[in-house]
Design a protein around this ligand. Structure first.
Ligand code: FMN
Length: 729
């Protein structure tokens, strides 16, 4: 329901909302431009005396919300409004209306359409509130609960920006909209006007009026609190000063200076003042500027929102049911995105078999919404050392907190059997659920996105509930792949039986849509993955990118594996030949954008991503590299670049460990040898990124634990703080 509300309220109102928001943002600047620094220091009596002397015939003195003081008198051409210097009471010249401000005000309040426009604006403002509230509900679901609303979000593209901006700007937009609606209601007379209303005195003295600067009650009023003073007419005896201040309104006798009647401003009227201030910023310019900034985000949010919606339509995502209506809940724990392909295929096959299906990220796990669920299925990928993928953020906490449902939970793990922690996260989910009392459905693992593993499990699952899913593989939409042309190849380490190639491919043309949606080959960064489909296999192999889209080429570092299908094909590729590939994001292995030093540790082909981080380090943050290779005879990968980058500041220092050199040492030995410097870097806040083989990563963890022990730190602690990340293969 919230998704439909959010989508349609947004699409219908987008243009009107953009116009209201932009004009609101522009109007918010006027108070800051117009704020009058000549606020008065005089009391009301001396002010009236000075203004009367400078503007003969003045009948009223008013002060607007920005402190501009105006004297009004009846002259030859009717009423005249004269700006007055609050500090001296001197006349500054006729008031000039700001035509631009009036134009924007008219557009903002009624789209130049009078009452009809006013109603459209009221409707659109209400839609804006619905949009923000439904948006917050969706954001909380996506982040895994309200307590996680502001947790770090690693998604990129239009959707990522939409979420990041909306979470912050939403509060300002809601505040502006609510106060705007209230003011519109007040204009329409739907809320009582709370102005103070003192009784007109009947006992005003009729003698000669005294100099206002001598009237006790008038001079007792602080001039800076005045909103308006109406002066008694000299030709009509028995008239009193009418004074309106921040505190209330009353009448003062012009002869005796006595306060004849007074009506204090009540709480209601003060609340209206605050609402007015919050909406217009008048009287407190910075509030206006903050809210104006939030309003400026409305067009950005409309644009990114439309792109998210378009992306769903263009990729042809099948329409699944909302969670409370679905019999089958499919939850996806993915990092690189490939698991979604299987989940969507499974969901579509189940739907065509007559089931109502809901497909969502594991991070959106909300068991209390699964009121019709008969089956819950989790497709869970594994990362790092058996860790959860980012798409399952918060899942385990909620599983632990939830009461088991009667619907059984089936877990299909996605992983790679070359990892010792093969599908470990899927196993963890299954074991935890079983321990909590959930009934566990058919289990299975999918190795390297094997369609056969997937089909085997799906068929077994279907049988368990009486549904034929033997054709599930036909629902697998293939990812769009691209032919990449090799531009250059550099080979190293052939003497040491560790052939490693740096392959540079031409960046394919990136469509505008991909660029806007941040997908395909658009917006890639070093550390993202280039998935290559070797000839003769449907199973892609992922290589870390050593370059980003901005570099204008795609570079990977490949270690030739004995008998390896893909690495052999890549290492024998010649310039001008092509490979079939697609790219996926690996946001958990991007350097966090801050100024903390980077400590990069890697070995073998792991140097690719690390070299990419140095290449993109245009901000020249401190960057220290420890890098292990088998032999440096005849050079090693990126040897020339490292020298250049150290010269131009992209890299602070690089330390090489050669396992078949003299002295023979691994990268962890190099870290131990530099223990003091390493400890100093980490204790001063460095972020550590490790890339390469599993054994190397385990050795590095051990060495760092040893180095950090005496400093009260450990790798696990750094990991939990997000300061230690690994990309291990
Ligand atoms: C950096 C990285 C680390 C991985 N770590 C593991 C692991 O520890 N255990 C495992 O079984 N699979 C591991 N895998 C394999 C993925 O789980 C597997 O490719 C999965 O299908 C990816 O799904 P996704 O694209 O939806 O995230 C890893 C893959 C990458 C790229």
């Amino acid at each position: 329901m919230f998704r439909v509300l959010h989508r349609y309220a947004g699409l219908i109102g987008a243009l009107v909302l953009i116009s209201i928001a932009l004009t609101g943002a522009i109007l918010a600047v006027f108070p800051a431009l117009e704020a009058d620094s000549r606020a008065t220091t005089l009391d009301a009596g001396h002010l009236v005396s000075a203004v009367s002397a400078n503007v003969p015939g003045a009948e009223q003195i008013t002060v607007d919300d920005n402190g501009r003081m105006v004297a009004v008198r009846f002259g030859a051409n009717g009423f005249e409004q004269i700006r007055v210097d609050g500090a001296t009471g001197e006349a500054l010249g006729p008031v000039e209306t700001n035509a631009t401000e009036l134009w924007f005000e008219d557009l903002h309040r009624s789209l130049f359409m009078g009452d009809t426009g006013h109603w459209i604006v009221i409707g659109a403002t209400a839609a804006m509130i619905l949009l923000c509230v439904s948006g917050y509900v969706l954001a909380a679901r996506r982040m895994g609960g309200w307590s996680q609303l502001f947790a770090r979000d690693r998604s990129g593209g239009a959707g990522g920006w939409h979420l990041k901006i909306a979470r912050i700007a939403g509060f300002g937009i809601i505040l502006s909209s609510l106060t705007g609606l209230w003011m519109a209601a007040a204009t329409m007379g739907w809320v009582p006007e709370p102005a103070p209303n003192p009784a007109y005195p009947t006992n005003v003295s009729t003698g000669t009026a005294a100099d206002p600067a001598t009237l006790t009650e008038l001079t007792a009023i602080d001039g800076s609190t005045i909103r308006a003073i109406t002066l008694p007419r000299t030709d009509v005896p028995g008239m009193a000063y009418m004074v309106e201040t921040d505190a209330g309104a009353g009448y003062i006798d012009p002869v005796t200076g006595e306060m004849l009647s007074w009506d204090a401003r009540d709480g209601w009227s003060k609340a209206m003042d605050v609402i007015h201030l919050l909406h217009t910023g008048q009287g407190m310019a910075w509030v206006g500027l903050v809210l104006g900034l939030a309003s400026l985000m409305v067009p950005v949010l409309s644009g990114t929102g439309v792109l998210v919606w378009l992306a769903g339509r263009i990729t042809g995502t099948r329409k699944f049911s909302p969670a409370p209506k679905a019999e089958v809940i499919v939850l996806v724990g993915s990092e690189g995105g490939t698991t979604w392909r299987f989940a969507n295929a499974f969901g579509a096959a189940m739907q065509d078999a007559g089931k109502t299906v809901h497909v969502a990220a594991m991070s959106a796990f909300a068991p209390n919404r699964y009121t019709q669920a008969r089956q819950i299925v989790a497709f869970a990928a594994t990362y790092g050392e058996g860790d959860a993928p980012s798409g399952a953020d918060g899942f385990m906490d909620r599983l632990n907190a939830a009461k088991p449902l009667t619907a059984p939970l089936s877990v299909l793990g996605f992983g790679d059997s070359s990892y010792p922690t093969y599908c470990a996260y899927g196993d963890l989910v299954r074991d935890t659920a079983a321990a909590k009392g959930w009934t566990i459905g058919p289990k299975g693992n999918v190795n390297r996105q094997s369609e056969r593993d997937f089909t085997d499990w799906a068929v077994a699952f279907g049988q368990s509930i009486g549904v034929d899913l033997s054709a599930v593989a036909t629902y697998l939409e293939d990812r769009p792949t691209t032919a990449l042309t090799l531009q250059s190849a550099r080979m190293y380490g052939e003497d040491a039986q560790a052939p490693t190639a740096i392959l540079r491919f031409a960046l394919p043309r990136v469509s505008l849509l991909d660029r806007l949606l941040g997908r395909g080959f658009a917006g890639l960064r070093a550390g993202d993955l280039l998935n290559i489909l070797p000839e003769g296999s449907k199973s892609p192999r992922a290589y870390s990118l050593a370059s980003g889209t901005r570099d204008g080429f795609l570079e990977i570092c490949v270690r030739k594996q004995p008998g390896g299908l893909c690495s052999t094909q890549l290492c024998t590729l010649t310039v001008g030949e092509t490979v079939t590939a697609y790219a996926t994001r690996n946001a958990s292995f991007h350097p966090v954008r801050d100024t903390a030093p980077l400590l990069l540790v890697g070995a073998g082909a792991g140097i690719g991503a690390l070299a990419g981080f140095a290449r993109e380090n245009t901000a020249k943050r401190p960057l220290h590299l420890y890098f292990g290779i088998r032999s440096n005879q005849g050079g090693y990968p990126y040897d020339q670049e490292f020298a250049d980058w150290q010269q131009d500041g992209h890299m602070t220092a690089s330390t090489l460990a050669v396992s078949r050199g003299t002295p023979a040492r691994y990268v962890q030995d190099a870290l131990e040898a530099d223990a003091d410097r390493v400890a100093q870097l980490i204790t001063s806040g460095a972020r550590i990124m490790v890339c390469g083989g599993r054994d190397m990563a385990a050795g590095v963890r051990k060495a760092l634990d040893h180095i950090l022990e005496s400093h009260g730190l450990a790798v696990d602690l750094l990991k939990s703080e997000g300061r230690y990340v690994e990309d291990v293969f």
